[in-house]
Structures are given as C-alpha cells and as structure tokens.
Write a protein that binds this ligand. Sequence first.
Ligand code: NAD
Length: 259
Amino acid sequence: MDLGIKGRRALVCAASKGLGRGCAEALAREGVAVTIVARTASDVARTAAEIAALAGQPVRHVACDITTADGRAAALAACPQPDILITNAGGPPPGDFRDWDRDAWLRAIDANMLTPIELIKATIDGMIERRFGRIVNITSGAVKAPIDVLGLSNGARSGLTGFIAGLARKVAPHGVTVNNLLPGRFDTARLRAIVTSQAKGQEVSEEAVLAAIKANIPVARVGDPAEFGAMCAFLCSVHAGYVVGQNILMDGGQYPGTF
Ligand code: NAD
C-alpha cells in the first residue's frame, strides 16, 4: 500500500532507540523527510545514518532534551514546519506515590504531558494552513489500564490524553488528525532495563522475568518496535484521515476488555 506521504516532513522525538526509532524508520521508508531528536549526540547521529542507509535518503538529526524549552527550540529550528509530528520522551520512574514530591510530579507532567502540548502548539497552525497534518503521541497502555508502580505515568499521560480528546475534534475539519499510540510491552532498551532490575530485585534470572511477562500476553511475545512504527506510519498516511482522537492500544491482546 502506498501511504501517500512521500516528500512530507516529519519531526520524530526521542528517536535514537526504541519506539521512536521504529516510527522514524517506518516513515523514512515511505519517503518522508525525517528529522529525529534524542539527547546523546553520538547516538542520534548514528541512528540517523543507519535509517538513512535503510531508506536511501538523508535523515536529519538534533541532539537535545525535548523536555526543555531550549531543546524544543533546537528541534523546531531543524524542522520548523513538519507535516507529521511524533511526540515521545522517556517515561517517568517507577515507585510509590508517597515518595514523590511536587518536583517529581512536575518532571513527569513536563515530559509526558506539557512537552507534547508545547510541540503541538508550535506546529499545528502550519498544518492547518496547509490543510494536512498528522500528530501521533506515543503514550502508554497505562492510560487504558493503570500500572501500579507507574503512578507518575498513569497520571501525566492521562492528562495528555484528555487534552488530545478535545483538541483532535477541533482541528479535524482542517485535515489535521491527532491520535495516541499506546504501547504495551515492546522489546526496547527501556523494557530490557526493567527486566534486569526486576530480575535483581526478585533474585531470579532475566529469562524467568521475561517468560513471566510473555505468559501474560496472548500473542506470547513482546512487541517489535518495527510493528509499532508500521502502525504509526499508517496513522500518518493519507488513508487514516478518518481516524481522529483515538487511543490505539498495541499490546498483543494483554488488555482483557471487550472494548
Ligand atoms: P527507549 O529507552 O528504548 O528509547 C527512548 C528514546 O528516547 C531514546 O532514543 C532516548 O535517547 C530518547 N529520549 C529519552 N528521553 C528524551 C528526552 N528528554 N529528550 C530527547 N530524547 C529522549 O524507550 P522506549 O521503550 O522506546 O519508550 C518510549 C516511550 O514509550 C517512553 O515514554 C516509555 O515510557 C513508553 N512506553 C514504552 C513501553 C515499552 O514496552 N517499551 C511500554 C509503555 C510505554
């Protein structure tokens, strides 16, 4: 299927690894002019070169922290008028809410709610003027069903989700769609770090922790970031213009509800 977005410009945040990279790769393969952002200069440059080699076209890259005003300014200077915006940042740490002070909450809200809103604010009017725009926010399955140790994520991402539900309907008449992609368990550096830490905490092997995770997922495996990227690219395609304000869960069937 031709996704109809060749030559469009995309800004993909937090994309040197994991889910962001999966999205950047899928878009670049469709001929989208991709700019990727991540904090570590060497990592983001290497990933840009690797994606460029796969896609057969240049990929721009910016080393910055997207959760800061300076970082967002640098990202937008490199890709000022994207037609496609993929928002993403690292997730907040696990813990017990009794240990989180106001600053811990503000960091989570800044990274996982206000940063996407600021990026959308800076780019959406251009999309409206050009009568085409695609915004995909990488959130989490925690929005659909809370994860007990990730209260900061449950809270901050739900705030973003509520805001997007309203915004998506306002901009839809102008050819701009805004949707959220909710990952369950995907094979990324973040998941591997969680597995390592749980294995240490429970004094069991990493294989045992991973097997327990897979046992809870109907497809009996964790997701591949390339699968996540493919869904993201479809949401950004010309074929997805009727998908508005949705929360699309990709979790291998782990969420047990009918809807
Ligand atoms: P990852 O650690 O594999 O990759 C994160 C990427 O984001 C890296 O490229 C890193 O350099 C970049 N990054 C992190 N913080 C940044 C910042 N402030 N500014 C710029 N770049 C930044 O993580 P992932 O597994 O791909 O997760 C991506 C998002 O999805 C996170 O918010 C995570 O909480 C969420 N999530 C992941 C899973 C999963 O199973 N992998 C499940 C649910 C939610």
